[in-house]
Design a protein around this ligand. Structure first.
Ligand code: FES
Length: 136
């Protein structure tokens, strides 16, 4: 592991569950790495795969997408759409020669602050292990 490398991770969190979950982590003082930069969007299903690939091919070290648990999406099936898009993104990562650790889709509810912190920490640790994005 590279101890001096601090990965930059964009975390797209849906407004209704995951953003509130990340906020709950902060409110409860459950720490997660400062490497995580949260971008709020209304629903995980609104994130186009090109945005993820653009971020990664421009040097961002990792992208974490968080949405409501299946059945809880406020737009009914947005998270199912996100799940289908995640499969496409994983294939694109391969095409671009990027490691699978650089992208992750997770479900985090508004009450799961510790869960968000755990996922964020796991992702940052995994990225420290594989090192900087080769596109950097
Ligand atoms: Fe949260 Fe759709 S509103 S995933």
């Amino acid at each position: 592991m590279n101890d001096t490398f601090e990965p930059v991770v964009l975390s797209f969190c849906c407004n209704w569950c995951s953003y509130a979950g990340a906020d709950a982590a902060g409110t409860a003082k459950v720490q997660y790495p400062k490497n995580i930069h949260i971008i709020r969007l209304m629903c995980s299903g609104m994130l186009h795969p090109n945005v993820v690939i653009d971020a990664l091919t421009n040097g961002v070290d990792g992208v974490l997408v968080c949405g409501c648990h299946p059945g809880d999406c406020h737009y009914q099936e947005g998270n199912i759409k996100a799940e289908n898009r995640a499969e496409a993104i994983e294939l694109m990562l391969e095409d671009f020669g990027l490691e699978p650790e650089r992208f992750r889709l997770e479900w985090v509810s508004a009450s799961e602050g510790p869960q968000f912190a755990r996922i964020a920490t796991e992702m940052v640790d995994a990225l420290k292990e594989i090192g900087p994005n080769p596109y950097k």
